[in-house]
Design a protein around this ligand. Structure first.
Ligand code: SAH
Length: 251
């Protein structure tokens, strides 16, 4: 049995209770070494075999899993954040299906949620934005043309950019030409929820300058949108005049 486990965004105690239990029980752990807090490995048993997938190919990961299966062992494949976001898990699922190896998935706290907590932000504010776009600037990995930053920027919704801190010159141009005014609030969160976390608040017009001046090349998210600004309408849900299934309003 293989368990894909979301490790959470950084702080070791942000793994789920289920994820921690699976780590404690595992015979073999393959973890994404570049982004996972090594503190999490302290939950594993002394005799657990640990592999760092940052140094491995998909084929090597699969062969470790296959060997573990043939010995009747349990493997945890530990992914950063939540494995559904840029986790390269689908290709593993499909290969395991072909091999007839059973697996399940334990969700994790994605870094975009960790960053919201660090920023004390709400990505969906009434009258500001009710949509969160999770995307990346096109780099070595191809992004379909119809999902260009420029076209997504036309919505002026909340946008979370993964994997884009080395591409901010182009990113900033695309955000501006796509439709965000230069003064739209933005933030760069470096290593959200890690002890060394840093937050830089800026605007769409100063993203590139902020990233270069602070040398934020890796492990950072760029968050854009008026949800980071000061104006919004209060929610109807908790308004005294508003009735709900659970509460009678004044009107
Ligand atoms: N599955 C992960 C994302 C993996 S892609 C998740 O759900 O968070 C790797 C990218 O995620 C990094 O380049 C960076 O853009 C972002 N990232 C991961 N952890 C981060 C953190 N703690 N703080 C800020 N960005 C992070």
């Amino acid at each position: 049995m293989v368990h894909f486990v979301g490790a959470g965004s950084g702080a070791a105690d942000l793994i789920t209770v289920r994820g921690e239990r699976l780590l404690e029980e595992a015979d073999v752990v393959i973890y994404a070494g570049s982004l996972i807090n090594p503190e999490l490995l302290k939950y594993t048993r002394k005799d657990c075999d640990i592999y760092n997938s940052a140094e491995m190919t998909l084929e090597e990961v699969l062969s470790v899993i296959q060997k573990s299966e043939s010995e009747g062992k349990t493997t945890v494949r530990l992914h950063t954040g939540d494995s559904s976001i840029y986790g390269a898990v689908r290709e593993q699922f499909d290969e395991l299906d072909k091999l007839g190896i059973t697996y399940d998935v334990c969700p994790g706290v994605s870094s975009f949620c960790g960053a919201a907590a660090s920023l004390k932000a709400e990505y969906t504010l009434p009258n500001v934005s009710q949509t969160v776009i999770i995307t990346r600037e096109a780099g070595r990995t191809v992004v379909p043309d119809r999902e260009s930053i420029q076209s997504l920027a036309a919505h002026q919704s909340t946008m979370i950019l993964f994997l884009s801190t080395s591409l901010t010159e182009k990113l900033q141009k695309d955000l501006l030409s796509g439709g965000y005014p230069a003064e739209t609030p933005a933030a760069i969160v470096y290593k959200a929820t890690w002890p060394e976390e840093k937050i830089f608040r800026c605007t769409v017009g100063t993203i590139h300058q902020t990233v270069t001046a602070n040398n934020l090349r890796k492990t950072a998210l760029i968050i854009v949108g008026n949800c980071l600004g000061d104006s919004y309408l209060r929610s109807m849900l908790y308004h005294p005049d508003f009735s709900t299934e659970f509460r009678e309003g004044n009107q």
